[in-house]
Design a protein around this ligand. Structure first.
Ligand code: NAP
Length: 510
């Protein structure tokens, strides 16, 4: 079982004791006491409290500056403090590989039975090759480690595969973590690959190394206690991806149906490299978001005809029978059904056979992945499609493809062939943190009776607020988000999506 460790980086002993109690209450298995973060550390006085009165097992670390910590003094005093921590009953002490021989000699006669020495190596620049990592493991083992710890840095998410490989093949307990946002899955998937522990913080800003998630997310979003060797991995591939609510939604849905699966954020720079590196059947499916939806079409072995017509894939399944990648698009149904239901709701009519989009002028701002899905869907429903885009050439290409009309963003301001038009924003304009931006003036909004915004963070964008003030029916991107995620869940699992749970979860977290 992978242990959950909360790093404690408070400046005072009192705060560290309070954080230790909080870590226990949140469900941590142990805490890492970072002595080097204490501003006025006095070993004899403070360790009796920190280690003597510990409410849960402790790992004591006194990291020097030269290994990325805060301690600037000499090793003699540092080692004395670590020795004292061991004598007072600390379950673990961490010491750096560079000085491990000296420390091992110092404690050789005194090491208590239940005590474990972690010997660590940190690389804040990169992740070495698999061969170099394996030889580093061997050196750490030879130095006398009970537990090997290697922390490297992810320049690309592909780097993490090398760490997973080394952990799986390591014969002694190993902590193998890849720092930085691109290394996040090394922290989330520890239990799958057999990592000895992973770090979860008490909150944002309380990290002891770059890229640590909170313990609350590890337990409540990623359900880390349920992850094991057989757990299937799904994830959202994007750049950026940190803002996505898909992990919250999909993990809650997996849990509710008892599926042995986890859904993680995957910050991917190069989709082809990513898919080549993560080619095992353990990585069972992916959602695709900005900027990979269009490239994803070319990366799949087979693409569903609708996704092919749209020219964008937002869901990739790895077919279990032969490992082939199959691409789909759930944005199209998600967005169009949300807009249709929004219009029907405002008119108080039920689902009739004719779409309320039929015959209407349907203006789409944006010609990227979401724009293409909406353009295709609106055309399918019989609307007269108009595309306006920052890069006019892309608007024209899309309009030609589906049989529509193209505009520049400037032309959009005065575009008014008829009243009661439908408008859909599919650009990221207005998305957090740029919540004061909007893709069209309030004046021009007067020509529209229905306005949809694909942006769902915030739920009520400036565009939707101004459209509502102008008397239009508004449809939130959150509705599209929920529906496209339900579509993805069904493709990932072949089960019916738990709609109420996904709806409640989406409302709670956005
Ligand atoms: P994409 O393929 O990268 O396309 C982005 C589009 O936005 C392009 O047309 C781009 O114009 C335009 N754009 C970006 N920044 C702009 C700016 N500052 N000014 C004017 N135009 C700008 O992205 P996507 O996957 O279609 O996603 C677009 C938006 O939809 C994102 O905010 C995403 O979160 C949202 N979305 C929501 C859902 C949902 O479920 N609610 C689903 C999918 C997407 P150029 O062609 O000129 O670059």
């Amino acid at each position: 079982m992978t242990l959950l460790c909360v790093p404690l980086v408070a400046k005072t002993v009192e705060q560290m004791m309070a954080d230790m109690a909080a870590a226990k209450a949140r469900g941590a298995d142990l805490v890492e006491i970072r002595l080097d973060h204490l501003s006025d550390f006095e070993p004899r006085r403070d360790l009796h409290l920190l280690v003597g009165d510990r409410p849960l097992p402790v790992l004591v670390t006194y990291r020097p500056k030269w290994e990325g910590g805060e301690y600037e003094g000499d090793d003699k005093q540092r080692f004395e403090a670590l020795c004292l921590a061991m004598e007072l009953g600390a379950e673990y002490v961490d010491v750096e590989l560079k000085v491990a021989d000296d420390f091992v000699r110092l404690i050789s006669e005194k090491k208590p039975d239940n005590f474990k020495l972690i010997i660590s190596s940190h690389n804040y620049q990169s992740t070495p090759s698999s061969e170099e990592l394996s030889s580093l493991v061997a050196r750490i083992q030879a130095a006398g480690a009970d537990i090997v710890k290697i922390a490297t840095t992810a320049v690309d998410i592909v780097d993490v595969t090398r760490m997973f490989q080394v952990i799986v093949h390591c014969h002694v307990p190993m902590i193998g973590l890849v720092m930085g946002e691109r290394g996040l899955i090394s922290r989330l998937l520890c239990p799958k690959f057999g990592g000895y522990l992973t770090f979860g913080t008490l909150g944002v800003g309380k990290e002891s190394a770059p890229g640590q998630p909170t313990i609350s997310d590890l337990l409540n979003v990623y359900n880390i206690r349920q992850i094991g060797a057989d757990t299937k991995i799904f994830g959202i591939v994007g750049k950026p991806v940190g803002h996505s609510k898909s992990p919250v939604l999909l993990n809650a849905a997996f849990k509710s149906v008892g599926l042995d699966a986890v859904y993680v954020p995957l910050l991917v720079d190069d989709l082809v490299n990513f898919l080549n590196a993560y080619s095992s059947t353990d990585f069972a499916g992916f959602s695709c978001t900005i900027p990979h939806k269009e490239a994803a079409v070319g990366c799949c072995d087979k693409v569903d005809p609708i996704a092919k017509s749209i020219g964008a894939v937002n869901t990739i399944i790895r077919r279990p029978s032969d490992g082939k990648l199959i691409g789909y698009n759930t944005d199209y149904v998600g967005a169009i059904s949300a807009i249709e239901d929004g219009i029907r709701g405002s008119q108080g009519v039920g689902k009739e056979t004719v779409s309320p989009l039929a015959g209407k002028v349907f203006v789409i701002i944006g010609a990227g992945g979401a724009g293409k899905a909406l353009a295709y869907g609106a055309k399918e429903k019989g609307a007269k499609v108009v595309i306006a885009n920052r890069t006019y050439e892309r608007a024209r290409e899309l309009a030609n493809l589906i049989g529509g009309h193209a505009l520049t963003l400037a032309e959009l301001e005065t575009f008014h062939p008829e009243d009661g038009m439908i408008l859909a924003n599919t650009t990221s304009i207005g998305m957090q943190p740029n919540v004061n931006e909007t893709p069209i003036s309030k004046l021009a909004l007067g020509s529209y009776s229905v306005v949809f915004d694909a942006v769902y963070t915030p739920k009520a964008t400036r565009l939707l607020r101004e459209a509502e003030e102008s008397g239009a029916t508004v449809v939130s991107g959150l509705e599209m988000f929920i529906r496209q995620a339900m579509g993805q869940f069904e493709l990932f699992t072949n089960l019916t999506a738990p709609e109420n749970l996904m709806r409640d979860t989406a409302m709670r977290y956005t």
